[in-house]
Design a protein around this ligand. Structure first.
Ligand code: ADP
Ligand code: MG
Length: 269
């Protein structure tokens, strides 16, 4: 069973990890085919600020919020994601006997991306404006052979959301999109997003299940953060992934409960 697990940056940081989640990861890693993708945008912002590099965020007309990534920012982004956060997660998992291996999307041609030359943003006055895309990319290919090599040899890859651009430059790629692209490329059975809410909330209720069709209409009721996951989930399902589930990473046995359809929001065909 192939599972791609996206974990929010805060979930496995070390101070107060959800032990039940780590036990669940261990259980599924024994069965083989588990791939982890991590986030950590808040930590990037924290470190960048400490370095005196104020972070800017932009909103697209579709409502996606993203970091404006200039050259200095992508360097800090790589340091924090592939350095600090990856190391912490790998250490945490190894301490529980899980054979985790940190890998950034930049390594071994794992993720190739196309740099966004221009991006359209909505400015403070609500007007649309095209600006330089900076160092952000759209994933165009996944080296699934490299992933197969790692997982069939008993390792659990922990992937940082970084990609290699066409001129070998590092690019910031969204963690949710990265998980979706990888899940699609390996035709995963499950794509599971572990986050800080129990699922997709529509009209004040967590919805247990939603089809791709119904999702279209529901999107305008979904805000930044969650809408990225929902889009990544939809893309993965169209790409051949069995099911995508968005659920809380703070509950008991979050992976088991998601797969047994006892928690979260399931997005299906
Ligand atoms: P992660 O670190 O897991 O990517 P994000 O903060 O990016 O977490 O995304 C999850 C957040 O999305 C939630 O904490 C919530 O504030 C926000 N959100 C916006 N709209 C919704 C919605 N309709 N249902 C659930 N969460 C939503
Ligand atoms: Mg997020």
């Amino acid at each position: 069973m192939k599972i791609v697990l996206k974990i929010g940056g805060d979930l496995l940081k070390g101070e107060e990890p959800n032990i039940s989640l780590i036990e669940d990861i261990k259980e599924f890693s024994k069965r083989g085919g588990l791939i982890i993708v991590h986030g950590g945008g808040d930590r990037v912002t924290e470190i960048a600020t400490k370095l005196g590099k104020e972070q800017k965020f932009v909103i697209s007309p579709e409502g996606f919020k993203s970091r404006y990534t200039d050259r200095e920012t992508v360097e800090i982004y790589a340091m924090v994601m592939a350095g600090e956060i990856s190391t912490k997660i790998v250490g945490m998992l190894q301490s529980f006997g899980i054979n985790a291996i940190g890998l950034s999307g930049f390594d071994g041609g794992l993720l190739r991306a196309k740099r966004k030359e221009r991006i359209v943003i909505v400015d403070e006055n609500g007007r649309k404006r095209a600006i330089d895309g900076g160092y952000t990319g759209k994933i165009i290919s996944v080296n699934e052979k490299l992933l197969e090599l790692i997982i069939t040899n008993g390792y659990v890859p922990v992937i940082s959301p970084l990609a290699m651009g066409e001129t070998f430059e590092p690019l910031n790629v969204d963690g949710d999109r990265t998980a979706g692209a990888i899940a699609g490329a390996i035709k995963a059975d499950y794509l599971i997003f572990l986050t800080d809410v129990e699922g997709v909330i529509i009209d004040n209720k967590i919805i247990p299940k939603i089809s791709l069709e119904d999702l279209e209409g529901a999107l305008r009721k979904i805000g930044p953060g969650m809408s990225t996951k929902v889009h990544a989930a939809a893309e993965a399902i169209r790409g051949g992934v069995g099911k995508a589930i968005i659920t809380s990473g703070f509950i008991d046995r979050p992976i088991t409960n998601a797969i047994e359809e006892r928690s979260g929001t399931i997005i299906c065909r």
